[in-house]
Design a protein around this ligand. Structure first.
Ligand code: PMP
Ligand code: GLU
Length: 396
């Protein structure tokens, strides 16, 4: 008898962590690797938030919290959603989880039966497709191109909906492409879904504040789809609280109790100290985050200009998040330094070995022609990484 389940055998590893672990292991061996793998700000958590966490320890926030999180935190999230997104959610509609990753998996577990379809635009964040499979769902991937800035059209979405469609899952701003959907684009997509009220829209807005060119719109703002939308957000990106593991879902009343039921059997309420600190974080005005956002915008300029100088890379200027996603397919089918490059994963390994720069291949993002660079690192690292890659590739 097989020891491992079919489910786990179907599951892929998270490539973001696979590549960052490879970089870490090489560094531990003394190799001077620059890692542009993980999307994690290199900034420290703001002092106010750290102080709140220390206070929470001293005040003995050491017991279990309610499964969906402390009421005060859910009230703070409710206020934030009103303040920043013009969205009305009662605390009872909100569930705080161990990262937005868990929020998404809670939602998928709550709605998917075996064989149900989830429509998702590619490129998608690596974990979406694996989570869908893990919950027994069937991913239906919508291809996009660099020419349309990797965005789907309302017609594409409409044509993908079948009787089996349970959900539509997307991020705006998008990891990995950095594109974001404008108010008008989301309105048109919302109009399509309003004709299919049984299809749930899972709107991942974790990069909401990392939007350099426009106003963030949440698709839940369109009243015709509010009852069929769940908003996902969290503290990892905007507050640099990655390791504190706080994410949340804001769901319609029919869905929120199911999310809580699942979480109550899997992890319970998330870390209490981090929850208390998140209250303080959410009370900060978005303007207090501006210096960090400005610095990401400067890095975007720098990284984009340098990537544009690398031979045969084709790259759109990302509008949000902190990734560049160049098309590197020119190099496919070529033999570089004795290594055959079949796809972007091979290319990422080639860059790691030859240029000592770690990136993530696009295969696991559903975009096999591209690779992902995270520019959530210092300007010096960005410059040196791009210099190394350019030097290695100029030979070809
Ligand atoms: N959604 C997207 C699009 C992401 O890039 C990430 C990775 N940080 C997450 C969700 C999960 O974030 P976390 O679990 O750290 O809150
Ligand atoms: N979301 C980040 C990324 O895409 C962190 C790693 C992960 O959670 O996959 O790099």
């Amino acid at each position: 008898m097989k020891k491992l389940s079919e489910r786990v055998e179907r599951l892929g590893y998270s490539q973001t962590f696979v590549m960052s672990n490879k970089a870490r292991a090489m560094k531990a061996e003394g190799v001077d690797v620059i890692s542009l793998t993980l999307g994690e700000p290199d900034f420290d958590v703001p002092n106010k938030i750290k102080e709140a966490a220390k206070r929470a320890i001293d005040e003995n926030y050491s017991h279990y919290s309610p499964v969906p999180g402390f009421l005060e935190l859910r009230q703070a999230i409710s206020k934030k959603l009103k303040r920043d997104n013009e969205l009305n959610y009662e605390p009872s509609q909100i569930c705080v989880s161990t990262g937005a990753k868990q929020s998404i998996s809670n939602v998928l577990a709550a709605v998917l039966d075996d064989g149900d379809e989830v429509v998702l635009p590619a490129p998608y964040w690596v974990s979406y497709i694996e989570m869908i499979k893990m919950m027994g769902g069937t991913p239906v991937v919508l291809g996009t191109t660099i020419e349309t800035d990797f965005k789907v059209t309302p017609e594409q979405v409409k044509n993908a909906i079948t009787e089996k469609t349970k959900a539509f899952l997307f991020s705006s701003p998008c990891n990995p492409s950095g594109s974001f959907y404008t108010h008008e684009e989301l309105q048109k997509i919302a109009e399509v879904f309003s004709q299919y009220p049984d299809v749930l829209i899972i709107s991942d807005e974790i990069y909401e504040f990392l939007n350099y060119e426009g106003e963030h719109t949440s698709i839940a703002q369109f009243p015709q789809v509010y009852e069929q939308t769940v908003v996902i957000n969290g503290m990892s990106k905007a507050y640099a609280m990655m390791g504190w593991r706080i994410g949340y879902s804001a769901a319609p009343q029919w869905l929120a109790p199911a999310i809580e039921k699942i979480q109550g059997q899997v992890t319970s309420g998330t870390n209490t100290v981090a929850q208390r600190a998140a209250i303080t974080a959410l009370e900060m005005l978005p303007s207090e985050l501006q210096p960090m956002i400005d610095s990401f915008e400067q890095r975007r300029e720098l990284a984009y200009n340098l990537v544009s100088e690398i031979p045969h890379f084709q790259c759109n200027k990302p509008k949000g998040a902190f990734y560049l996603f160049p098309d590197v397919s020119y190099y496919f089918g070529k033999t570089l330094d004795g290594k055959i490059i079949r796809n972007s994963d091979d290319f990422a390994i080639f860059l790691l070995e030859e240029a000592k720069v770690a990136t993530v291949g696009g295969v696991s993002f559903g975009a096999p022609n591209c690779i992902r660079f995270s520019y959530a690192t210092s300007e010096a690292q960005i410059k040196e990484a791009m210099r190394r890659i350019k030097t290695v590739l100029e030979k070809y």
